[in-house]
Design a protein around this ligand. Structure first.
Ligand code: DX5
Ligand code: ZN
Length: 218
């Protein structure tokens, strides 16, 4: 089955998002990758979950929410009506029990739960909860900013999660996020990624349709 494409909100002005993502929907993208940063978990700050919830009704694409925030459970109520994937960072929680509890709270809201693993975080940190989640977000850049260079070390992580789900007959999605372009996307899919995130590569393309098509591999 062909891989999915999720376009990051980072390159766009918040006020332009409904219009920009309507254009992107017409060009065939699958998700809006809503990068939300609180200025604490990462230094940058973006629009807030409340602001996103207020425009969600004008965006006709599923929201793939990527929370780069210190307290991801604070936004459950506000996003429970509009998020499809609710993804937060494993680094927010100190132990498995806390992470387990957070996952359960997201699932109790009827949302698909994703766990993000930052560039320098070992895969072992989330191994124990892989059988409980809908998506693993493998960061191929350091969380916190768009326009960074793809880190090839992330390919090993994608492969690990693909092998793990085959070995234990699990069906979580593997999403890769950061510095994805027409040159490195095929390797990500080859390693087992199902969803690729693009921010600057598509947003800055001369021809967005050509750029989007180059991210669809199989
Ligand atoms: C980084 C974000 C990514 C990033 C993708 O913290 O999570 O989604 O913005 O943008 P590019 O494709 O420009 O790396
Ligand atoms: Zn992201």
């Amino acid at each position: 089955m062909a891989n999915k494409i999720s376009i990051s909100t980072l390159p766009f002005e918040f006020k332009d998002m409904p219009y920009k993502f309507e254009k992107l929907r017409e060009l065939g993208v699958d998700y809006v990758h809503c990068d939300i940063m609180d200025g604490a978990f990462v230094p940058n700050k973006t629009y807030t979950p409340k602001m996103l919830s207020e425009i969600a009704g004008n965006i006709n694409l599923p929201l793939d929410v990527h929370l780069m925030v210190e307290n991801p459970l604070d936004y459950l109520d506000i996003l429970s009506k509009c998020a499809t994937y609710y993804t937060f960072h494993c680094e927010c929680f100190n132990d498995k029990k806390e992470l387990d509890n957070a996952i359960n709270q997201v699932k109790n809201k009827g949302l698909k739960v994703g766990i993000a693993v930052d560039l320098n975080t070992e895969v072992i940190c989330i191994e124990a909860i892989l059988n409980k989640i809908d998506l693993v977000l493998v960061m191929s850049v350091k969380a916190g900013a768009g326009g960074q260079k793809f880190d090839e070390n992330s390919l090993e992580k994608i492969k690990y999660f693909d092998n793990y789900r085959k070995q234990y007959n699990l069906n979580y999605q593997i999403e890769v996020d950061g510095g994805i372009n027409g040159d490195n996307v095929a390797k990500c899919i080859q390693m087992g990624a199902n969803i690729v995130v693009s921010g600057s590569y598509v947003a800055k393309a001369k021809d967005m349709q050509v750029a989007i098509n180059s991210l669809r591999i199989n």
